[in-house]
Design a binder for this molecule. Structure first.
Ligand code: ATP
Length: 438
């Protein structure tokens, strides 16, 4: 794909998201707040489905994981121990003429990339958002919005271990909001200031960490493929020694071929025993593990697969978007995986002025809504209704027509093949069940 076409693709996705209610700019009526986004009626469903697909495959299917939902605000010592207060910063420089601010590591030359002006000396800029807890604003009650969900897991390691009676290796999974005062933003939701993460901390015996690191890279890569991303649009990129974060022994990014170029979707890091040791030291609480078989005591190593929900949603949208020509007409389709599709089936009456048809279609909608997210729609002609559902990725359209009244059957149209099956009303639920989970 050429660069022009790629740029065009991002524009098409942004426009579709706004037009159909997937993603809106935050506080749009006030002109918007830069790099924050709101998920609309379809976006919230897609996002929930992405998180649920992740949660099911990690927490339910593996058998060696526990879930957690830790608070966003944490004790200030957390960020001292984790190194974020000291180290979670970018080096920034300002242009003396146009006053724009840049990240030093993203500049190719020592001058302003916009106007060529001279730059100020670089300064450290902490990416954590600061606020105050309680009624008085003072240096003593400063707290930060978490810049990653991971630390909520580390500080609960002992709680989860003792209450779940787990043995190593085992992991803790969590999804939740994280906040970073990013300087270079843009590319739609790719780099936001408020975003959601899906993080796993997997605790292993030191010495087995490299093997688990490799296994997790593989498992996480194929999770994206399982839910519809084309393998060719994913690649692995191992960090060089210079790039590694202060806590990591190794790190590999899963990159996606976004329209603006290959960019990080998820990182898998070998965080060693850095975090547990640091929290042990500062809190005075022993976070070591006793292995009964060998009578050994040690601090576990941690493998961390850390993905962004918003980046995953964006990648699923981009990867599933296609345009086709059917009967000389353009058809836009979001070929989303059925598990991720916001609406599973649309129920459409062929004639909206025939009471029996409308009543039947509404009855089917009511029945199916107990099992799936379905929608009734009679606001346009059938061709138009099909196109609307294709564009938002609805896998099935169920049409009620005149014959349905006598034969008690409906037509079910498949989004991808456009094939139509005649199915008896009694067995529509079973039909969808099979198709959606098969
Ligand atoms: P980048 O290099 O793109 O800034 P990072 O390496 O700092 O990302 P991590 O700290 O590894 O990111 O965070 C884990 C995951 O959280 C990332 O892979 C990404 O999916 C997501 N993420 C991080 N920062 C943002 C952001 N500003 N907006 C949206 N998602 C983000």
């Amino acid at each position: 794909m050429s660069e022009g076409m790629n740029k065009n693709l991002m524009e098409k996705i942004v426009s579709l998201c706004k037009r159909r209610g997937f993603i809106f700019q935050s506080s749009e009526i006030y002109g918007g707040l830069e790099s924050t986004w709101d998920y609309g009626p379809l976006g919230v469903e897609l996002k929930r489905n992405v998180k649920q697909a992740w949660w099911s495959s990690i927490v339910y299917e593996r058998g060696d994981m526990e879930g957690l939902d830790a608070a966003i605000l944490m004790h200030p010592s957390t960020w001292i121990a984790s190194g974020h207060l000291e180290g979670f910063s970018d080096l920034l420089t300002d242009c003396k003429s146009c006053k724009k601010r840049f990240r030093l590591d993203q500049l190719k030359e020592n001058k302003c990339p916009e106007c060529g002006g001279a730059l100020t000396e670089a300064r450290k800029f902490n990416l954590m958002f600061k606020t105050h807890i309680g009624a008085v604003e003072s240096q003593k009650n400063v707290v930060h919005l978490r810049p990653e969900t991971a630390q909520g897991i580390f500080v609960n390691f002992e709680n989860v271990l003792t209450t779940s009676r787990r043995k190593l290796p085992f992991g803790i999974a969590q999804t939740g909001k994280a906040f970073r005062n990013e300087i270079t933003t843009g590319n739609f939701t790719f780099r936001s200031r408020e975003f959601e993460q899906m993080e796993i901390e997997y605790f292993v015996k030191p010495g087995t960490d490299e093997e688990w690191y490799r296994k997790w890279i593989d498992e996480r890569l194929y999770w994206y493929v399982r839910f519809g991303i084309k393998r060719d649009n994913l690649k692995l990129r191992e960090h060089t020694k210079e790039e590694l974060a202060h806590y990591a022994k190794a790190c590999t990014d899963i990159e996606y071929r976004f329209p603006m170029g290959w960019s990080e979707l998820e990182g898998i890091a070998n965080r060693t025993d850095f975090d547990l040791k640091a929290h042990s030291k500062l809190s005075g609480k022993d976070l070591s593990y006793f292995e009964e078989g060998t009578k050994e005591r040690f601090v576990p190593y941690v493998i961390e697969p850390s993905g962004g929900v918003d980046r995953a949603v964006l990648a699923f949208l981009i990867d599933s978007y296609r345009e086709e020509v059917v009967k000389k007409e353009k058809r836009v389709v979001l070929g989303l995986h059925k598990t991720l599709a916001p609406i599973k089936a649309a129920i459409l009456p062929l004639l909206k002025n025939r009471d029996e048809i409308v009543t039947m279609a509404k009855g089917i909608t009511k029945d199916l809504s107990k099992s799936f997210n379905v929608r009734y729609d009679d606001t346009a002609s059938i061709g138009r209704l099909y196109r609307r559902q294709d564009e938002i990725g609805t896998p099935f359209c169920i049409t009620v027509d005149v014959e349905s009244i006598s034969d008690k059957k409906v037509t079910v149209r498949d989004r991808d093949t456009m094939q139509q099956d005649r199915v008896s009303i009694d067995s529509v639920k079973e039909y969808l069940d099979k198709k959606l989970t098969g």
